[in-house]
Design a protein around this ligand. Structure first.
Ligand SMILES: [Ca+2]
Length: 472
């Protein structure tokens, strides 16, 4: 399969996404996105090098469209100056994936650096049980390393007391435990799932949720400026429900009132990201902070998100469900205003952060994520992954290896060449039977290593039994 993995390009300019993705062997040097016109060509890493452990800020947006960040190819109504600022000071990835097409499984994989399916976390429903206690989170490891740790936002990987943030390596928590969505204005005490918590205590809060998250994030940075910190900031924006302050909604006039509200939510989140970046700068921490930003899955149709050239939306293994905006910034140690087309996955976040922090994961388990830093620096041409896998426990799954992607949907197999067909319009399944077979075998081999679904073990066990008897 090695010859299939020849996409590994790094350029030092913000480029047009579609061009970067479709040009075999090309760099991210296509047409410059409209609002990216002011981006200058990036230099090498900052002169302000330091060997002190970096601060870590991990920002996750929710259901944001691939075209809903203005440093990517985007419709004219989209403007995200602060996400763009992050891209200017770091590396913007064009072939980056969430490890699931819905919220909770992506978060489980993100926090552990392992395919969440290994420990049976396949769907949003698995969040009702939670991230298995056998799993070690990135916060567990950073805390041991002396980091102050906080999660501010949407948790979504366990409700019961033993699964909550303060039991999973975090010193502080402000936000809600689950499910996937939260009212942005009603922050009163309700039940375990939807109450707003301050650490372990439900509180009656007021305000607009996205702004509250920004305020708490800034406070955490201010309070911990004298020591290394890990801020995990999973916004609930721009997830449904469509709710935004009226003064933000007024800024938009697309002809679609729902889209206007979505854009207002996006603008609010972008400002919140700006607040965090400003707080880092104000505290002299902007150079030596690793900031990672990505969306937890593709844009949702229900939210009027825009995935641009990608096919389909959240809850799909087509690119629109899993390929996401993704930026990594660390001014002291990474190139600036760079574009990277290497396929990466959200599982890579944990090993990347551990490497930056000089921390190590225990060697008693398999880690699927890889350290992205050498790729982001352009130090290697070797593909980071042989293949990437996606699976929700049903017959909907996908495998990407180099430019090829095989997916299963509604019982049929589809094969695409993403180098020339990013929109997945030309199904090559019948033309490339050998390749299809190889990719299917690759997927099956991976699938056999994954665990039983934690919320439905019996069902899967029965199904497997049935399949076995069918094969006989
Ligand atoms: Ca989501």
């Amino acid at each position: 399969m090695e010859n299939l993995n020849r996409r590994q390009f790094l350029s030092l300019a913000i480029g047009g996404t579609a061009a970067a993705l479709t040009a075999a062997g090309g760099c991210g040097s296509g047409p410059v996105a409209a609002s990216a016109g002011t981006f200058r060509l990036g230099g090498q890493t900052s002169a302000a090098r330091t060997n002190a452990p970096p601060n870590i800020v991990l920002i996750v947006s929710d259901d944001q469209g691939y075209a809903d960040a203005s440093c990517y190819d985007h419709p004219k109504e989209v403007s995200t100056p602060n996400i763009d600022r992050l891209a200017r000071q770091g590396v913007r990835l064009t072939n980056a994936y969430a490890s699931a097409y819905v919220c909770a499984p992506t978060r489980a994989g993100l926090l552990t650096g392992r395919y969440q399916q290994r420990f049976g976390f396949y769907t949003g429903g698995d969040s009702r049980i939670g991230l298995p206690l056998s799993e070690i989170t990135i916060a567990d490891l950073l805390k041991k390393q002396g980091y102050a740790t906080a999660v501010i936002g949407k948790w979504h990987v366990g409700i019961q007391p033993q699964y909550r943030p303060l039991k999973r390596g975090f010193d502080e928590f402000y936000g809600f435990l689950g499910h996937g969505a939260h009212d942005y204005f009603d922050l009163s005490i309700t039940d375990d799932y939807t109450s707003i918590y301050s650490n372990e205590k439900p509180i009656n809060d007021t305000g607009y949720l996205t702004r509250n998250l920004a305020r708490h994030a800034v406070s955490f940075i201010e309070r911990n400026r004298s020591r290394p910190f890990f801020l995990y900031l999973p916004f609930s924006a721009v997830h449904w429900p469509l709710q935004a302050p009226p003064e933000y909604i007024k800024r938009f006039n697309t002809g679609n009132k729902d889209r206007d509200i979505y854009l207002a939510m996006l603008a609010c989140m972008d400002e919140a990201i700006g607040d965090v970046l400003n707080a880092l700068k104000r505290n002299g921490a902007d150079e030596n902070t690793l900031v990672i930003f990505f969306s937890d899955n593709g844009g949702a149709k229900r939210n009027f998100a825009n995935n641009g050239v990608l096919r389909d939306y959240k809850q799909s293994v087509y690119e629109g469900g899993i390929r996401v905006p993704f930026i990594v910034s660390w001014p002291a140690k990474l190139p600036k205003a760079a574009v990277c087309d290497e396929p990466v996955i959200s599982l890579d976040v944990m090993p990347t952060i551990l490497s930056a922090a000089g921390a190590f994961a225990p060697n008693d388990r398999i880690y699927d994520g890889k350290n992205m830093l050498p790729v982001l620096r352009g130090q290697t041409k070797k593909p980071l992954h042989k293949a990437l896998f996606f699976c929700d426990g049903s017959d909907q799954w996908a495998v990407r290896a180099g430019k090829w992607k095989l997916l299963s949907r509604k019982g049929s197999l589809e094969l695409y060449n993403l180098d020339i067909d990013i929109g997945e319009t030309n199904n090559l399944a019948s033309k490339e039977p050998d390749l299809l077979k190889k990719l299917k075998e690759l997927y099956n081999k991976w699938r056999a290593q994954m665990g039983e679904q934690i919320s439905r073990p019996k069902k899967r066990a029965n199904k497997t039994k049935k399949n076995r008897s069918k094969q006989k």
